[in-house]
Design a protein around this ligand. Sequence first.
Ligand code: CP
Ligand code: NVA
Length: 311
Amino acid sequence: MSTPQQNTIRHYLQFTDLSADEYAHLFARAAEIKRKFKAYEKYHPLADRTLAMIFEKASTRTRVSFEAGMYQLGGSVVHLTTGDSQLGRSEPIEDSARVISRMTDIVMIRTYGQDKIVRFASHSRVPVINGLTNEFHPCQILADIFTYIEHRGSIQGKTVAWVGDGNNMANTWLQAAELLGFTVHLSTPSGYEVDQAVAGLRSAESYKIFKDPEDACRGADLVTTDVWTSMGFEAENEARKKAFADWCVDVAMMQVAKPDALFMHCLPAHRGEEVSAEVIDGPQSVVWDEAENRMHVQKALMEFLLLGKVA
Ligand code: CP
Ligand code: NVA
């Protein structure tokens, strides 16, 4: 089914790869696709299409959401890992891209450096989706914003508090804030700040930095955090446990946020580390909707990348 139309391929390697208008379309499509799923309505626009999923890091949500989502759209899936493919035996990424993209219609990759996914995409005949790199996690922020909209309406003009590591999730929130018009309050421990060059922002207007995580949460519409140690940084685990001890989203932090503030976490979570059990299992937490929505937004994303703007 693949056609070598290099010029028209759209990839989703970072949040800035789509425009604000395209996000509005995707959120509307995700809502409709979710409605069909809940109503057991068959919807097979990707019949006979194949998604290749390449994992160089572990996953639960990303694998299940892409795999189940592609089957629900009528397509099929090939699952590859570093350990069971030639990717782990130093076949050049460019050669892997050329071969995999001749046999499949769309590719999702979870890997380490963003440079790897960029190299893969530049040699791929088909759309490539970032399923998490050290720098970005755009599919997760897509799901998070869709979840916010479902619960509270437009995120434009709202404030998102980021408490924790200046990691792939934080970078992607910053990109989303600049593109969609909201503000991020960032609080990271010293030494774990966001590298503002990675997000590639046009200005510093869409975020504010706070030393104290409670100050970052004050007045926020959404409080969110992530693991203290991301995949690939396990050697720093003990040092991070000490540095991040005060960056645990607890009831006190939620109390200074807006009374109707939501709590999100991309998961997996460590209760007692980056979030208290009372918060993640409490009434303001929408983490299970957030996880489920990965599937609905990614179905809309695959539909868009393969079929364009479906009415
Ligand atoms: N949130 C997320 O990407 O989860 P997995 O690592 O389980 O895929
Ligand atoms: N920042 C985390 C997200 C996991 C979904 C990581 O990269 O491991």
